[in-house]
Design a protein around this ligand. Sequence first.
Ligand SMILES: Nc1ncnc2c1ncn2[C@@H]1O[C@H](COP(=O)(O)OP(=O)(O)O)[C@@H](O)[C@H]1O
Ligand SMILES: [Mg+2]
Length: 539
Amino acid sequence: MLSVSNLSVQFGKRILFDDVNTSFNNGNCYGIIGANGSGKSTFLKILAGKQDPTSGYVHLESGKRMSVLEQNHNIYDDKNVLDTVIIGNKPLYDVKIEMDNLYADYNDENADKIGVLQQQFEEMDGWNAESSAAALLSNLGISENLHYTLMKDVDAKLKVRILLAQSLFGNPDVLIMDEPTNDLDYETILWLENFLANFDNCIIVVSHDRHFLDSVCTHISDIDFNKISHYSGNYTFWYESSQLALRQRTQQNKKAEEKKKELQEFIARFSANVAKSKQATSRKKMIDKLNIEEIKPSSRRYPAIIFERDRVAGDQILNIENLSYSLDENKLFDKIDINIAKGDKVVIFSKDSRATTAFYEIINSSENKYTGKFNWGITTSQSYLPIDNHEFFNKDLSLVEWLREWATTEEEREEVYLRGFLGKMVFSGEEALKKCDVLSGGEKVRCMLSRMMMFRANVLMLDEPTNHLDLESITAFNNSLSKFKGTVLFTTHDHQFAQSIANRVVELTPNGVIDRFMKFDEYMQDDKIKELRNKMYDN
Ligand SMILES: Nc1ncnc2c1ncn2[C@@H]1O[C@H](COP(=O)(O)OP(=O)(O)O)[C@@H](O)[C@H]1O
Ligand SMILES: [Mg+2]
């Protein structure tokens, strides 16, 4: 369908791709993964013809059409919503515009041209274009009264969905998307996962969203060592199998047959899980015929995120009574009563992210404009990862010195001790001597996590912890929170984080709290709760 030959890409001295030969086939969905800066976005731009490689070619089978999810949200500002969607099929849109222009200037000579164009339009199923564009839009929750609104007058959140509809419009043969779930809400992401899982053509997508990758991918394409390698299966399968391969490599004395048996059992277990999923058939076949020699250990370095506790907390963790908070006359949450007990792992949720952030700021005593009260249990110790960490880094300190600022004992002040925590977050050697004010967003979060690990608290609070982190860090973080025996309060847009860690959902609304002991998906899919949620946000 789409092939790449002898592709090399270099920026100055930096080589991103070196003589890559590969192809992307119909019916498959390829999830492109790779470290930050490994060249994922560059690769997609080259596939889409938006950027030239240093050398080599990209070849799309003749007669096939490629579509790319637009990243720039403003380039269609002067078009209306419906036209923006139809532009997704450029050849069709061009014929439509030419016809419209000729009609506007109708004469005998034009009539013949119009006849020819009409036939082309017919062959492209053009007469159904508006109705299928409208159907896509309404599936994405864009109501009909917006269809003729100019894009520049549309709310930014809805724009993302309209551009999504544009990329899906007209059933492209190859669909290219760079981080499509960014800025989308839970419902829209679920809709997209479903749509793409049932989309029969070729998809090539970059994403950091593991739930999304697991739902849609038939292959994982790993960018590493300036090459790209495809592996059958979804992200979890790729992760688990490469971890298994890594473990086996270190087990020198285990017999080859034993290792082979272990891998086969792993594949059988995984296939059984896949068979239960909605998009099972094609993916199950793919995994069943997988050759175990294909699984290679990953060369990635996963951070070692390990939360230990100085002491185990008693039963009483946090009691909140009648807590209310408003911002500029807007009630963000009102009359919240909750009692958090030992072992609760709570996803704190709200349609307005300012509500959840204010909640953490209040219970961490950084915000005092609230009414009501909260009490921490006397045996608790807290550590908090705020969404905005910039004020922690306005200092002229190396990372070791930065971390030492929070040391409380002589042992903790020792360089080896501090370097231990930084090393766990993959800052080793020279890296640990970098100045803290030059760090990237992801590096800052990694520093904050080193600090949290050092605190050894029994209650962790995390406001959008996966922001800026790469897949490796998110996966390691997720695993460590699942294992953590203390209490966790967290807010996240990462579906898998929420689903796999929380045993309780607390939703903060302008009309009180909804508090349920259940898994996140169960909560979001429950019809009674849906109804209740709609009511609670009504003013
Ligand atoms: N036009 C360019 N000129 C120079 N360097 C670039 C250019 N485009 C990207 N890069 C660099 O190439 C690397 C890969 O970038 P990108 O493809 O955006 O990575 P990813 O999407 O995997 O995070 C980065 O180090 C980036 O700074
Ligand atoms: Mg990118």
